[in-house]
Design a protein around this ligand. Structure first.
Ligand SMILES: [Ca+2]
Ligand SMILES: [Ca+2]
Ligand SMILES: [Ca+2]
Length: 437
């Protein structure tokens, strides 16, 4: 009984409210207020909204009426909110297009805004910070004649053992050597401080074993010899968790990233029949061989590979190096590497297969320029996001280097990046201006 009486009371109240609301609206105006474009106001600062990574950005919209009005916010065409006011946390620096779409039945207004997301400032390195690599986070060379040799793999070695061996070779200014093998093979290194991005200056140098040919049969050729460019990626630990998260990595846009047709040897390599394209988001998969070949035929069809451009083939085992070329501590029966694939820079200048010259890219790669030249030094400001926009990191905590060219150069073997050290130029007191724009 009680329940029923409550229900009927509620019914009366609701009916009364409905009636009175219809009645009031009929009395005030016959139709709902028609929204005009200028009725929506958002206070956008001059130059657009500016916010920092991992901080909440709140944007309020004001409207003369909300009657029958819906709001939707789009970030680079992806819907991120269906509320009148927007709150959003950006994880990645860059420039974004933000759009508010306001609809009222058939009416639709769009309001475009821009958002710039930057990093917070960083603190200076503490006293006693060292200029050199102090940790190895990962190391996975691709197929190569020095894989399992630089550094040496021994039965039972794990990823952790191999990382330790790499640190012993190239960490703490030891200047030993590691090889990254063919395309995609990589190392990820860390430091005991954040390498600062000093404006207008190059910030770190990757040391390697690039050198120039002494007796290039083509005397008018540009600089080259053994230039085996590694693409450099940098990460700033913006969330401070001590590890490089996937969305913290940015690639250093070297000269070929900017315009690969401007490399001084571009036409020469093209005439030679090289693949002189630059492929972003290139992927190559190498299949682990079931056993090590003993016959000449087996060595020619040693390790099968496939890429995401529809190409496939075999990596050969050469006469000089007989250890397994597939990283022996890797799990699974295949391994995939991803990255930017640079134009093939190797040319057999003898025409008889005995004088290969691997030409130098203009700037911005590892193992590409001799260690004493300015072009082996990198400005953190060259780091770009996936849209090719400069991200202006305040500094970097981690550096990843991977072999950037997929090419076999006859008896020389595959183009493979070697690394001997990484140096923080500011801690060493070395001042090198960045390139002129
Ligand atoms: Ca800089
Ligand atoms: Ca992190
Ligand atoms: Ca090299």
């Amino acid at each position: 009984m009680k329940k029923n009486s409550f229900k009927s009371t509620l019914f009366i109240i609701i009916s009364f409210l409905m009636f009175s609301s219809v009645f009031t609206s009929c009395k005030d105006d016959d139709e709902i207020y028609i929204l005009k474009r200028e009725d929506i106001k958002v206070n956008e600062p001059e130059g657009g909204f500016i916010t920092k990574v991992n901080q909440l950005l709140k944007i309020e919209a004001e409207s003369s009426s909300d009657e029958g009005v819906t709001y939707e916010w789009f970030l680079d065409d992806e819907s991120i909110a269906t509320t009148k006011n927007m709150e959003y946390m950006f994880e990645i620096v860059g420039e974004y297009d933000l759009r508010l779409v306001v609809t009222q039945s058939e009416i639709k207004y769009e309001y475009p805004f821009s958002v710039t997301v930057t990093f917070s400032e960083i603190k200076s390195p503490t006293d006693g910070a060292t200029a050199y690599i102090t940790k190895i986070l990962d190391f996975m060379p691709a197929i190569g004649q020095f894989t399992n040799v630089l550094p040496k793999y021994e039965e039972g070695d794990t990823q952790a053992t191999m990382n330790t061996k790499v640190l012993e070779a190239i960490g703490n200014n030891k200047k030993g050597m590691i090889s990254l093998g063919g395309f995609g093979g990589y190392v990820v290194v860390g430091f005991d401080h954040t390498i600062q991005n000093v404006k207008g200056k190059r910030d770190f140098r990757v040391l390697a074993n690039a050198f120039y040919a002494n007796t290039n049969p083509d005397p008018s050729a540009p600089e080259g010899g053994s230039c085996e460019p590694g693409v450099i990626m940098v990460a700033y630990d913006s969330n401070g968790n001590g590890v490089p998260d996937d969305n913290e990595w940015y690639e250093i846009a070297g000269s070929a990233h900017e315009d690969h047709t401007q490399e001084l040897w571009y036409e020469k390599a093209k005439d030679n029949g090289n693949d002189v394209n630059l492929y972003r988001n290139y992927e190559i998969t190498y299949y682990k061989p079931e056993n090590e070949p003993t016959t000449a035929e087996g060595k020619k069809q040693y390790i099968r590979w496939e890429d995401n451009k529809g190409n496939s083939g075999y990596k050969v085992k050469n006469a000089f190096h007989n250890q397994p070329y597939y990283p022996q501590w890797a799990s699974g029966d295949k391994i995939t590497f991803k990255g930017t694939c640079l134009p093939q820079n190797g040319v057999d200048e003898s025409g008889q297969g005995n004088y290969f010259v691997l030409y130098k890219f203009r700037y911005g790669y590892a193992d590409n320029e001799t260690n004493t030249k300015d072009e082996s030094a990198i400005d953190i400001d060259w780091a770009v996001n996936s849209k090719g926009q400069k991200v202006h990191l305040p500094g970097v905590d981690f550096i990843k280097i991977y072999t950037g060219v997929n090419q076999e150069n006859g008896w020389l073997g595959e183009c493979s990046t070697e690394i001997t050290s990484v140096e923080d130029l500011h801690i060493l007191g070395v001042s090198i201006d960045t390139r002129e724009e």
